[in-house]
Write a protein that binds this ligand. Structure first.
Ligand SMILES: CC(C)(COP(=O)(O)OP(=O)(O)OC[C@H]1O[C@@H](n2cnc3c(N)ncnc32)[C@H](O)[C@@H]1OP(=O)(O)O)[C@@H](O)C(=O)NCCC(=O)NCCS
Length: 202
């Protein structure tokens, strides 16, 4: 398996891999046009970290994306890509109005008092269902952390579900993540914020 950063032209691959890996998730429900717009914006934005795993046949089998600096990343990403997001949002207003409300609620949510947002944030990690359990997720997480360290980050945090999510939480715990705090997000979904202190680069 080869791990490398993702090229900006590979946004379509990230969107389709996301769909396959996150079968029953909110962002997947927004559809392929939204995922394309999102990953295209992520890959063009200089504050993003995006890494992928390529198998021996040259196929992308997993990826991890996130931000160097959690605070304000989503807002800056949106404002750097206003036109693209506005077009998909207009379509969603007619086809999935509740989804727009949920997106806005989550974008404007208040941070936890102990959370200064001063860390890199892992926003998406996905391995193709056929490759799960082979160490690809672990390799992606390690590579993401190395890329974060290269950019001067000292911590990586992420959000994941509290309920019915023992496997994913076990995956993060095995990789050195601990509970930072718990919180409730719209619409009444209990979440974990996990965090890991990165080692000093030698
Ligand atoms: C979560 C995910 C990225 C893990 O990737 P993976 O390639 O299957 O995981 P790995 O094979 O690298 O596992 C690494 C370690 O975590 C453990 N682990 C992984 N999934 C686990 C599970 N469901 N239950 C318990 N432990 C698990 C492995 O046993 C392994 O432990 P080891 O280092 O002691 O051998 C992958 O399953 C996935 O894409 N899931 C769907 C998308 C998703 O839920 N992403 C996370 C959203 S927050």
């Amino acid at each position: 398996m080869e791990y490398r950063t993702v090229y900006p032209s590979e946004y379509e691959l990230l969107a389709t891999t996301h769909q396959l890996a996150f079968d029953d998730f909110f962002l997947t429900a927004l559809g392929l046009p939204f995922l394309r717009t999102y990953y295209r914006a992520v890959l063009q934005f200089e504050e993003s970290i995006a890494v992928c795993a390529i198998n021996t046949q040259g196929k992308l089998v997993g990826f991890a994306t996130g931000s160097m600096q959690a605070t304000g990343y989503n807002r800056r990403l949106l404002s750097a890509n206003c036109r693209g997001f506005l077009l998909v949002a207009l379509k969603l207003i007619f086809t999935k109005p509740k989804a727009i409300i949920r997106l806005l609620k989550n974008l404007t949510k208040q941070a936890h008092p102990a959370d200064d947002g001063n860390y890199a944030e892992l926003l998406s990690i996905a391995v193709l269902p056929t490759e799960k359990g082979n160490g690809v997720g672990k390799g992606l997480l390690n590579y993401f952390e190395v890329e974060a360290m290269k950019r001067g980050c000292t911590k990586v945090a992420l959000t994941t579900d509290f309920e019915n999510n023992e496997g994913v939480v076990a995956f993060y715990r095995k990789n050195g993540y601990g509970v930072f705090y718990e919180f409730i997000t719209y619409p009444n979904r209990k979440m974990y914020k996990l965090i890991k202190q990165l080692p000093e680069m030698g």
